[in-house]
Structures are given as C-alpha cells and as structure tokens.
Ligand binder design. Structure first.
Ligand SMILES: [Zn+2]
Ligand SMILES: [Zn+2]
Length: 279
C-alpha cells in the first residue's frame, strides 16, 4: 500500500459512456478475465436489456414525458417513469432468474409485485440512497435507462459532495481523468451513472482528508484499477485511472475486478456501494 500524495487539480469533464461502449467493454473483459466471466456475462445481458429500454424510451418520448429535463431525480419523477417501464419488468426478471443465486431467488418474489409494490420499493431505495438490501436491484436496474434519458445533457456540477448531486445516491466507483497534465478525480453514481468531481484526497464516504488515514492499492494485472481505502470509516471504493487505460469503462471495470473485493473484505473493509451483481 502506498500513500496518494498527488495534488488536487482543476475540474474537467468527459460525457458518460454510451450503452454500446459499456456492452463492448463487458464483452472484452469477459474474454480477458475468465474468473469474472460469469458475472460479466450476466451484466452483459442486463446492459443489453437496459440499452433496449433506453432506445424504447427515446423513440416513445410521449409515454415517458419528463417536464423538467435535468431536474433533480426525486420519487415523483421515478414513479412517473415506472408506469411506462413496468411492462418491461418481466424481461428483467428473466435475466435475474439466470443471474446470481440471490437475485434468482428474489425474482420469484418480485414477479408477484404490482405497481404499488414497485412504487414502495422505489421509495425505499430512494430514501436509503444506496443498495441497503439486495431487493433494490430491481428498481435500480429498471430505472437506470430512464434516469440516463432524463439527465441527458445536464451539466456537471462543481460541488464535491459524497452523494450524487442529481439523484442523491452513493458512488459506485471513482475515476481519474487526465486534465492539464494532471488528473481530476470524479465519482460515478451507482444509480443514474452521472459523474461529479471530488477531492483527490478525501474519503467518498466519511470525507476524511487526513492522508495518514487514506491508502490505495494497485493490484498486479489491473494497473488502471486501484482500491481506495479509509481507516476512519473502514470503507473502500475502486477508482479507475483513465489516464492509464483510456479504453476502460469504470462501472464495467469495477465489476470485473472481483479479486480486489475479496482482498478488501479479507482485510476487513466494507464496500461503499454494492454493484448490480451484488458484489
Ligand atoms: Zn445519481
Ligand atoms: Zn472514510
């Protein structure tokens, strides 16, 4: 483990990856890392479903009318989207049935949900602002394409909070983007996938900035993925260095690097936010 002593630099921004770039990265990493193939193949099915849903939303805007584009995503907005998204939920349940065992079991329960149960799940997920329970996979996965559509074109805020400025959720991962011969750290939302800038030397959970409490590890085999840990709150998050690997897609690379999660948990750290595979 080494200390990160690099300075914070000015903000920069690159638009979020497209569904296609996530899909292509997933296929590529599935070939490269056999140990993560099962999880990546599951995520590939999910991304393909989400891309189809996103295209449906885009081509049928009337059914998904969003009056205030770029507005903060709150429960009323999510419920509005849900109404038009619900007919697509059986496809999501089919994917979950073939996914990780816990999701497959929960898919049986969710298949009996009506609109009221879905709305309650959305409210609970939005209120907790993170994957407090595995059941939240379902509202999260179904609403992500809708949120991406709703937030298209929004400007990256300059605020540097620990929660997403658009939907209030916690970050799934971080990334370092090259800016002016240095790099700027961004956090990537676990729900809407939007990014916002964050201090280089600060824990994205408890905002600890004492550098003696913050460490990072870069594992052999994944030179662009590092594990940021905090001794104060005991949490960790992965950060993908896009300067080292410009082809990386943070939410996909985060999911592919399971051995880093195993290492972190063995050391007693807890992940800041679980990914869609529940890892
Ligand atoms: Zn968000
Ligand atoms: Zn912390």
């Amino acid at each position: 483990m080494t200390q990160d002593s690099e300075a914070i630099v000015g903000a920069g921004f690159k638009p979020a990856p497209t569904w296609d770039s996530r899909i292509e990265r997933c296929k590529m990493l599935s070939q490269r890392y056999p140990s993560a193939r099962e999880i990546l193949d599951f995520y590939l099915k999910l991304l393909t479903f989400q891309k189809g849903l996103y295209e449906e939303i885009k081509s049928n805007k009337e059914a998904f009318t969003i009056e205030e584009a770029g507005a903060r995503c709150d429960v009323p907005l999510l419920k509005k989207g849900l109404k038009a998204l619900l007919p697509h939920s059986p496809s999501l349940l089919s994917i979950a049935r073939e996914g990780p065992p816990l999701l497959a079991t929960m898919a049986k329960e969710v298949s009996s949900w009506g609109q009221t149960a879905w709305e309650a799940a959305i409210e609970d997920y939005q209120q907790s602002a993170h994957m407090a329970q595995p059941l939240f996979f379902f509202p999260r996965a179904l609403l992500q394409p809708y949120l991406q559509f709703a937030l298209e074109g929004v400007e990256t805020p300059s605020t540097m909070g620990t929660h997403c400025p658009f939907c209030g959720h916690r970050p799934q991962a971080g990334c370092l983007r090259p800016v002016d011969n240095a790099s700027q750290r961004f956090l990537i939302c676990s729900f809407c996938h939007e990014e916002w800038p964050y201090q280089r030397l600060s824990c994205p959970n408890c905002a600890e900035s004492d550098k003696t409490k913050l460490s990072y590890l870069v594992a052999e085999g994944w030179p662009a993925v590092r594990l940021d840990t905090c001794e104060t709150c005991g949490q960790y998050i992965k950060t993908i260095d896009l300067g080292r690997d410009p082809e990386a897609v943070p939410v996909v690379d985060e999911l592919a690097t399971i051995p880093l999660d195993i290492w972190a948990r063995k050391k007693g750290y807890e992940k800041l936010e679980l990914n869609l595979a529940g890892i």
